[in-house]
Write a protein that binds this ligand. Structure first.
Ligand SMILES: [Zn+2]
Ligand SMILES: [Zn+2]
Length: 345
């Protein structure tokens, strides 16, 4: 089968590889019907994910059809349409039992697919712990509607969940990239009084204004003053930092009112400083990533009910045979791309 492979620092290539086989009674083999490219894939390509293993098939955002299951798999059967979770988790250890599946103590716990084990920018993928790693796509939900459930939408859903958003709140989301927009959509489900998005890129800011006209949009330079003018208690009640840029961590806590929750979803390239003397008396609560991706069934129900729709994020479509071109467009942010969808073939 064709599989996009991490060759070495800076190089991915579409290669012929053997089709994956079941390795454990809890595995499933999934025929990938639609996939995507994530910024984390680019991080692997550029060597900023040291645990990524050269030779592995990359890709961790995908949906497909179950082809085969091991003897201990209970929740899915061959022929089922499924979303694939970015995270591998056993469902049984202390962390899994508490819903902290990102910290699963299994050897492959956390983000393994397309990083430490073969992923899904390929025709087929082996999914360990299939009962945890797959969720059945309900009738009436298309592959494109379900495409982001296992990764960026799971992240946005988790971020909104742990941020304790209330209906009287002003919520600031920093960053309107794909994960920022998923976070925005999930924050909307909590019906806060105001939503403010801070985004530097004019095309991304325009996307938010066009699709979500009820959301206030500002740039990073005016953000602090804008939030002060558009909140009731001297700052945002909840801040979600999804940008991970040079000064966005500082911006996040500075825009927060006293006793706010600041949730850091972003993955930074560099260490950030927490200047405690400057924030003394602000009594902030910080929450940090990564995603506990264990809400996929609930997210799929919300999509089926028409309460979540990420299809506007899909701006470009390519076949698997054209995936190198898709990377070129996604990586260089050409042609107004937000997310690409990779079809089989
Ligand atoms: Zn990802
Ligand atoms: Zn576990």
């Amino acid at each position: 089968m064709k599989a996009l492979t991490y060759i070495r620092h800076g190089e991915f290539a579409l290669m012929d590889k053997p089709k994956p086989a079941l390795q454990s009674p809890r595995d499933a083999i999934v025929r990938v019907t639609l996939g995507s490219i994530c910024t984390s894939d680019l991080h692997i390509k550029h060597g900023s994910v040291p645990r990524a293993v050269p030779g592995i098939t990359v890709g961790h955002e995908m949906v497909g059809v179950v082809e085969a299951v091991g003897s201990e798999v209970k929740t899915v059967r061959p022929g089922d349409r499924v979303t694939v979770n970015v995270e591998t988790f056993c469902g049984e250890c202390f962390f899994c039992q508490n819903g902290w599946v990102n910290n699963c103590t299994d050897a492959n716990g956390g983000w393994a697919l397309g990083c430490r084990i073969d992923g899904g920018q390929a025709e087929f993928v082996r999914v360990p712990y299939a009962d945890q790693g797959l969720a059945k796509i309900p009738d009436g939900v298309s592959d494109e509607q379900a495409l982001f459930v296992g990764d960026i939408l799971a992240t946005g859903f988790w971020a909104a969940r742990i941020s304790q958003i209330r209906e009287q709140d002003t919520v600031l989301i920093i960053g309107a990239g794909p994960t920022g927009i998923c976070t925005l959509l999930c924050a909307m489900l909590k019906n806060p009084k105001r939503l403010i998005v801070c985004e530097q890129d004019p095309a991304r800011a325009a996307f938010v204004k066009q699709h979500y006209p009820q959301v206030l949009v500002c740039g990073p330079e005016e953000c602090e003053a804008f939030v002060l003018a558009n909140s009731d208690h001297g700052g945002a009640d909840v801040v979600l930092e999804v940008a991970g840029a040079q000064n966005t961590f500082t911006l996040a806590w500075r825009c927060a009112r006293p006793n706010a929750v600041v949730t850091v979803v972003a993955l930074y390239d560099e260490a950030q400083t927490l200047p405690l003397p400057e924030m003394y008396g602000k009594n902030l609560t910080f929450k940090t990533g990564g995603v506990d991706g264990c809400d996929c069934a609930e997210i799929l129900r919300l999509i089926q009910q028409g309460k979540l729709d990420t299809t506007p994020l899909i701006t470009h479509r390519y076949a698997l045979s054209e995936i190198e071109q898709a990377y070129r467009v996604f990586e260089n942010r050409l042609d107004g791309v937000i997310k690409v969808a990779i079809t089989a073939g």
